[in-house]
Design a protein around this ligand. Structure first.
Ligand SMILES: [Zn+2]
Length: 347
C-alpha cells in the first residue's frame, strides 16, 4: 500500500510498502482519512532522531489519525467498544503490552514495551489502511469531523495535563507556550474548570488566535509576564502553571508567577537537561507534576469535542492531500507564524 516513508533524515518519499496486516480477533482494520503532522514527525524528518529514538531504517510517519472501520475482528462486538464497519473513528497511537505491570496498574502510557506509531522502529499511520486493537480505537460522534478526530491525539496531551494538575473550579492558570500543545492545554484547563487562563509566547499571530478563544495572551517580547499575572490574580499568582514550551528560559523562571501552594505541570520536553530552581519551588511548597503522552483520556477528549466544550476546528490551519504529503512536511518545517496544525487528508 502507499505510505509516506521517512527513508533517512531529510529524505521523504511516497512509496508502495509491504504493510498488509491481518485483522486479529480483537482488532479492527481502518481506512485512514486524516493524519495530523506532529512536532515529533517534523523532528524525525529534520534530525532523524529524538533522544535515544533513532531512525535507522525506513519508517512510515504519522500518529494523529482518524478514519473509517472497514473490517472488524470476531471478538470486537463483545469487548466494550462495539465497533462496526463504517464507523468513523480515531485511534490512540500507543499500544502497550496488555499484560504488563504498568498496564495493570493503570499507567499503560508508561509501559516500557509500548509500541507507539512513528517512533522507531514502529511504522506510523500515514498510509492507506492500518490494523489496530479495537480497545485503542474510538468511535467519533456524528458532529465530530475526521479533522477533529485527528486532533484528539494532541488534545489528549492537554487533558492529561489538566488531569495531573487536578484543576479545581475557579482555578487560575498560566500556560507557557502557544503552540498546538499549549493551546489544547489551555482549552483543556478551561474545560476542566479554570476561570482564567493566561497564555504566553513570542509569536503574535498565535497569541491572536488564543485571544479569539478568550484566553489572556501575553507576548513576552513586549510585556512583563509577571505584571500581567499579578494584575489578573490580584497579586497572588496563578494556581497552576502548565509549562508547554520546553524552553530553558521558561523553566528557569517557572515558579515566579505561581501562587503559594500552587502546582506546576511540565509538558514541554527540553532538548537538553535544564536546571530547576528547587529553592524557588520550596519557598512556595509548589507541587510538581510531569506527563508522558496520556492514558484513559481519549473518550473524554471526544466527549468534550462533541459537547462543544472544546472547539479545535480553528486550530486546523493547513490542509494537504496525501499526494502532496512531502510538500506538507516541507511546509511544516517552516510554517507561517499563524499555522497551528497541518493535516494530511488521504482522500
Ligand atoms: Zn502528536
Amino acid at each position: 500500500m502507499k505510505a509516506l516513508v521517512l527513508q533517512e533524515k531529510n529524505r521523504l518519499a511516497i512509496l508502495d510498502m509491504p504493510l498488509e496486516e491481518k485483522t486479529g480477533p480483537d482488532d479492527v482494520k481502518i481506512k485512514i482519512h486524516t493524519v495530523g503532522i506532529c512536532g515529533s514527525d517534523v523532528h524525525y524528518y529534520e534530525f532523524g532522531k529524538i533522544g535515544n529514538f533513532v531512525v535507522t531504517e525506513p519508517m512510515v510517519l504519522g500518529h494523529e489519525a482518524s478514519g473509517t472501520v472497514i473490517e472488524v475482528g470476531r471478538n470486537v462486538r463483545h469487548n466494550g467498544r462495539n465497533l462496526k464497519e463504517g464507523d468513523r473513528v480515531c485511534m490512540e497511537p500507543g499500544i502497550p503490552d496488555l499484560h504488563s505491570r504498568a498496564t495493570m496498574e493503570g499507567m499503560y502510557n508508561l509501559d516500557p514495551a509500548v509500541r507507539f506509531w512513528a517512533t522507531p522502529p514502529i511504522h506510523g499511520c500515514l498510509r492507506e489502511t492500518v490494523v489496530h486493537p479495537a480497545m485503542f480505537t474510538f468511535k467519533l460522534p456524528d458532529n465530530v469531523s475526521y479533522g477533529e478526530g485527528a486532533m484528539v491525539e494532541p488534545l489528549s496531551v492537554g487533558l492529561q495535563a489538566a488531569k495531573k494538575a487536578a484543576v479545581k473550579p475557579g482555578d487560575t492558570a498560566l500556560v507557557c507556550g502557544c503552540g498546538t500543545i499549549g493551546l489544547v492545554t489551555a482549552l483543556a484547563a478551561r474545560a476542566a474548570g479554570c476561570s482564567k487562563v493566561i497564555i504566553s509566547d513570542t509569536i503574535q499571530p498565535k497569541l491572536d488566535l488564543a485571544a479569539k478563544y478568550g484566553l489572556i495572551p501575553v507576548n513576552i517580547k513586549a510585556q512583563q509576564l509577571q505584571e500581567v499575572v499579578a494584575k489578573e490574580t490580584g497579586g497572588w499568582g496563578v494556581d497552576i502553571i502548565f509549562e508547554a514550551s520546553g524552553s530553558e528560559a521558561a523553566v528557569a523562571g517557572i515558579f515566579q508567577p505561581l501562587c503559594p501552594g500552587g502546582r506546576v505541570v511540565f509538558i514541554g520536553m527540553p532538548v537538553n537537561p535544564v536546571p530547576v530552581d528547587i529553592v524557588a519551588a520550596q519557598a512556595k511548597e509548589a507541587r510538581m507534576e510531569t506527563i508522558f503522552r496520556y492514558a484513559h483520556v481519549y473518550p473524554r477528549a471526544i466527549a468534550l469535542l462533541a459537547s462543544g466544550n472544546i472547539d479545535v476546528k480553528p486550530l486546523i490551519t493547513d490542509r494537504y492531500k496525501f499526494a502532496d504529503a512531502i510538500k506538507a512536511y516541507d511546509y511544516a518545517v517552516h510554517p507561517r507564524p499563524q499555522s497551528v496544525k497541518v493535516v494530511i487528508e488521504m482522500e
